[in-house]
Design a binder for this molecule. Sequence first.
Ligand SMILES: Nc1ncnc2c1ncn2[C@@H]1O[C@H](COP(=O)(O)OP(=O)(O)OP(=O)(O)O)[C@@H](O)[C@H]1O
Ligand SMILES: O=C(O)[C@@H](O)C(=O)CO
Length: 406
Amino acid sequence: MIGVIADDVTGATDVAAALSREGLRTLLAFDAELPVTGEADAIVIGLKTRSIPAADAVATSVAALRTLRDAGATRFYFKYCSTFDSTDEGNIGPVTEALAQALGVSTVVTTPAAPVHGRTVKDGHLYVSGVPLHETHMAHHPITPMHDSNLVSLLTPQVHGTVTTLPSSEVHAGVAVVRAAIAAAESAGVVHVIADAVDAADLAIIAEAADSAVLTAGSAGLIGAIGGRQRASGRTASVPPAARTAIIAGSCSRRTLEQIASFQASRAPSHRVVAEPGQTAAELAEAALTWWDAQPDVTSAMIYSSSSPEERNGELPAAGELYEQVAGLVARGLAQRGVQRMLVAGGETSGAVLRELGTTVAVVGEEAAVGVPWIHDTAHGVHLVLKSGNFGDVDMFTAVAGGEQP
Ligand SMILES: Nc1ncnc2c1ncn2[C@@H]1O[C@H](COP(=O)(O)OP(=O)(O)OP(=O)(O)O)[C@@H](O)[C@H]1O
Ligand SMILES: O=C(O)[C@@H](O)C(=O)CO
């Protein structure tokens, strides 16, 4: 069985979708330590470790590894963001090295390439739809602004071990050559091998070459290819009810801002959360819920704090954390009001929502967009779409919320 540790919850659903797409029965959990039970080909544990202090991220990830081992996992994957969201302190490097150490693994093949999401790695550089990472909106990310596209330069300050690349010339030479390159890296004491990959065929070669690897790392791309090589017992799907949808957006990624604008252009109601100095999360959430209560009770509606880099200039320090708390409290209030369908935009935002809802496990359903599945928290009766900031078509909010009204 495959065990995946994901550094945020939208990333976890992205992986769960990739594995389900390959026919693997996939369980999704959101607690590092809670035992996971149930028949599965893969278990994905979604954490909220991307932007916390590295030591905490390491401790939580190693705890999740123990949980996955106890559940019967025999090979492991560390899922980080396809835009390599991290800083010089981590957490991609420290977590990879801690997991490797815990598993007795000396060399880890790693790649953020996710061609289905437009992420490719060429000559050790990361591209988003063909544009070098640091020239994209990721340069303005509120938590992990990315100012470089060279993955060796990005990873090296985060790690103790040596970092090298697996160039596309070797990937294209086929499985035997890649296998030999990995073995050579192992002999040379290299810890991190960053693989080039621009399409599914490249990932398939890397996955086959890494067939015996106990630990690999990257985005949903490589693990999807690894999953495609496993025996699959057939996915389970859970269908959300046709009911009004609440959209909660905290992502400030460009695509989310476009989706918000498109939803508003469709004349759907929306409420913007803007914190004034001294206001608490509870007050802001209460105001948002009062607004929600005033909407017609069949209407899908959106509550959002997302804003452009220019708008965020005037924000209070620590605004991000405040807005995450607001999102969580709003979700809890909506669930208490019987709302069964929620779309949450943003990984950190989604983590806060799951925490407030008390969601610890979920069943993976159909994809609302590529890499964005519906998930069903059966314990709390809520169906959720946890959307990575940059994922989904521009009209995704309207598509998820519209046409589903009773
Ligand atoms: N108006 C705002 N000003 C400052 N920060 C904000 C504002 N609105 C939201 N935020 C914060 O920005 C961060 C957005 O991160 P989040 O992970 O939710 O989105 P994302 O990075 O776009 O998504 P993903 O990680 O899935 O790509 C959160 O901490 C959120 O609370
Ligand atoms: O890899 C990605 O881009 C996403 O799964 C993600 O992690 C967003 O938070």
